[in-house]
Each structure stands twice: as C-alpha cells, then as structure tokens.
Ligand binder design. Structure first.
Ligand code: IMP
Length: 433
C-alpha cells in the first residue's frame, strides 16, 4: 500500500501513459496534477489505441476515481470531446468516477489565440509550443486574472470575468498581433454549453484526495511533460509553463508532501524532444531516423516528428536527485534492438571543462558537447519480453549500466506498446519505502 508519483525524467513523451495505465490497476485514485491538453498519453489496449490529453488514463480501468487536479489548466472543449470519445468506447460508465477540480484554471479561447500568435510572430523567441494555450493560461493564473472552474459555475460572475479579460486580450490581439478580436458574447455562449456538461463533475478535489489519504487509499499522481520541460528546472525558456517535477504533485493535487511514499521516474532507453530548445545527445542523421521510425516518435498531441538521440545519463542523474526517485521505469527498450553499438552520454564537455552536471545557462546548454561511452548492442528482438532473465545479455548489461549511472533501481522495463510487453521487477505500490 502506497501513494506513488509517476512522471517524466526527460523532455516528455517518455511513455508515461503506458506506465500510468499499468499502475492504475493497483490505485484507487488517479490524479493529474499539472499541465493541460499539451500532454498526450497514448495507451494501447488490444486493438484499441486511446490518446488522452486531460483525463487520467486510470479511466480505462473500471472502478477507479480519476481526478483532474487543481494544478491543471483545463480546456473544456478538449475535456468535453475526450469525455464523449471515452463514453463512445464504453469507458466512462459511472459519471461519479471523474472529478474536475473547482480550483483548476480554465483555458479560454484567447489563451489559444495568444499562444499561436506569439509563436508565429516575426519577433520574439519561438518555443515550439503545442499551441494549446498553456503558457497564456498559467500567466493569467499567476497574474490573478485567471478564470477558475468554480467561476464557470456562476453564470453572472463568469460573464463578467470574460468581459473584463477580453478588454485586455482584445487590445493585444488587435493592436499588437493585428488579428481579429474575440466577441465576448460568443465566448460566453460557448462556455455556457460546457457548464451544462461539466458541472456535475466539479468538486473540492484537494479535500477529496486528502480524504483518500486519510482512508489509506492507494493514490497515483500522474505527471505530464517531463523534468527538463519544468518551468524552473528545465531548459528555460524552452520549457512548459508549469512545474512538472514530482515536488509539484503535492501542490497540484492539494495534499501534503508527506502523503507521498514512492516516486517513480519514467525515461526512455534513449532520449527524445519535441519543439525547440537544446538537446545535447540529439542524432540528426540515420541513427536518429531509425529511432524515430522504429519508436513511432511523432507527437501524440501535434503529430510533429520528435527529435531523437542517445540516452543522456547526465540529465537523468540530475533528475533522480531533483525528484528524489525511489525507482526507474525504462521504456521502449525494443526500439534499440537493431543497433550494432549504442552510446550513453556520461558527461558534458563545456569548453575544456568536463562536467557531470547539466549547464545552468541556455548558452551552456546550447554549446555543451556530450561525452559518450560506447556499449555493444544486442541485435535480437526484445519485443514483448516479460522477464529480465530472458533479455539478451547485452540488453541486460545496458539496463544495468543505466541503473548504475542513475543510482536508483529499475522497477519497470517496457519492451513494446502493449500492456503485456512489460518486465515488472518491483511494483511501486507493493511496499512503502
Ligand atoms: P507548451 O507546454 O504547449 O507551452 O509547450 C512548451 C514546450 O513544451 C514545447 O517545446 C512543447 O513541445 C513541449 N511540450 C509540452 N507538452 C509536451 C508533452 O506532453 N510532451 C512533450 N513535449 C511537450
């Protein structure tokens, strides 16, 4: 019995969807604690592929309580269509299984517009965002202009807040971006529709989760994006606008840090990144292409090809310390099956200096060079292997080396997209520690 945070150690897309889906079986409550519809968690169940952007993947398991926490920025248009899709597939039978935090902030149409205009403007830095309005929504939250889910339930107050916000947003949209202003009436009408659908799901979620803690329920806190997209600890400004690290699970769900027992960090057996920003181990040639094709490395939210590269132990080691990991989940090992040799980045070279810590400045990130250790590949299929002993010797050695470099035990190894393509060495829910 334990409460577990499962989250990404790299630049997102580590395969969190699959791990969270697997672990959900052992949890009573599954909580998303940050981010928004910029995330895309892909889960393969038999013939069905389900991509979830907002609803915790625990919804695919019957009888689990799924919570969209206070730290999430919620696009009601995405949430409503995701709910419809899941209902069509027969997944949300009982509406009481889904709770939407009254404290969560709403993504409004002007957030999405501003995100896109900003990214396409000739001036300024292009971040390569998902265009889902995440940054502008968190900006409004921090500047106390945000509109929360609880405000949506009060028709009059909501309309007032939309009108007030649009005065400023339309000024920017018209004057600065030279685009068409949004009409308050239309926005209010659109959101009236969402109110009707969503109101029955709205709850004081921190209280609900705290009650779960008190009753010793198993709680799974589900992270989105990854450690190096964290607004404080990532490759700023090429980052998302929330704290993605495990430390934010408590804040974004509304429970004390002491409620968390285990921290499972998820990484791929290699590295990927989508969008702009530094990526020291990126492979721009044929090797990167092989990983991309074999790993199906295309964004679940935007369809963009992901940048691919070797495993970077420098970033993972720092992420282990930053997040206080109790275990690792290493995903997509089978993607590396065809390589003659593999490389693992063990240090960075900055000028003439070697370092085992990532740089602090953006310039450092952009100019550092990876120092590699070469290891032999296994040239045999590992797809679908479920026991560590059945892995080819070199694959076992590769896993042991990653474990050694990270300094924490590997709990889970994934050898394919299916739930069953998994080696479970230690179930994080099995014991506290
Ligand atoms: P935003 O979160 O849409 O503002 O995008 C900021 C950066 O984070 C961009 O580089 C995105 O590509 C990246 N990003 C956001 N969400 C994800 C995700 O779920 N997986 C991978 N990258 C993401």
């Amino acid at each position: 019995m334990a409460n577990v945070v499962a989250f990404g150690l790299q630049w997102g897309d580590e395969g969190k969807g699959k791990v969270i889906d697997l672990l959900s079986e052992f949890a009573d409550i599954i909580v998303r604690y940050q981010g928004g519809a910029n995330a895309g968690h892909t889960i393969v169940v038999g013939e069905q592929k389900v991509v979830l952007h907002l609803i915790p993947s625990g919804i695919l398991h019957s009888g689990k309580l799924c919570v969209i926490g206070n730290g999430v920025v919620v696009d009601p248009s995405v949430l409503v269509s995701e709910m419809e899709e899941l209902k069509k597939l027969g997944y949300i039978g009982d509406d009481r299984r889904l709770k939407l935090s009254a404290f969560a902030h709403l993504i409004m149409p002007y957030h999405k517009k501003l995100d896109l205009y900003r990214e396409s403007a000739a001036t300024g830095r292009k971040i390569g965002t998902t265009g889902r309005g995440i940054g502008p929504a968190y900006e409004d939250k921090a500047s106390r202009l945000g509109i929360r889910v609880i405000d949506l339930l009060d028709k009059k107050l909501f309309a007032e807040k939309v009108r007030e916000n649009l005065k400023i947003k339309n000024f920017l949209i018209k004057r600065y971006y030279k685009a068409e202003a949004l009409r308050a009436r239309e926005v209010i009408k659109e959101y009236d529709g969402y109110r009707k659908v969503l109101k029955k799901y709205v709850a004081d979620t921190p209280y609900l989760i705290q009650e779960g803690v008190r009753k010793k329920k198993n709680i799974l806190f589900e992270g989105a994006q990854g450690t190096y997209l964290d607004i404080d600890h990532g490759t700023y400004p090429y980052a998302t606008s929330s704290n993605t690290i495990a430390g934010n699970a408590a804040c974004g769900a509304g429970v004390p840090p002491t409620a968390i027992d285990r921290i499972l960090g998820i990484c791929k057996a290699y590295t990927t990144r989508v969008g702009e920003g530094p990526f020291p181990t990126e492979l721009t040639g044929a090797e990167g292409e092989l990983i991309r094709q074999k790993g199906g490395e295309f964004g679940a939210t935007t369809g963009r090809p992901r940048r691919c590269g070797w495993f970077d132990a420098v970033i993972v080691k720092r992420a282990v310390a930053l997040n206080g990991l109790s275990g690792l989940a290493v995903m997509k090992l089978d993607v590396l099956d065809e390589f003659e040799t593999l490389e693992i980045c063990v240090q960075y070279k900055l000028g003439r200096k070697l370092s085992t810590q990532p740089p602090v400045s953006l310039k450092g990130w952009e100019t550092c060079e990876p120092v590699y250790e070469r290891v032999p590949g296994w040239k045999t299929s590992t797809k679908g292997i479920t026991r560590f002993e059945d892995l080819p010797l070199n694959a076992r050695k590769y896993m042991q080396r990653l474990e050694e470099l990270a300094g924490v035990p590997i709990d889970i190894i994934s050898t394919g997209a299916e739930r069953t393509d998994t080696i479970i060495l230690r179930n994080p829910f099995a014991s506290k520690g």
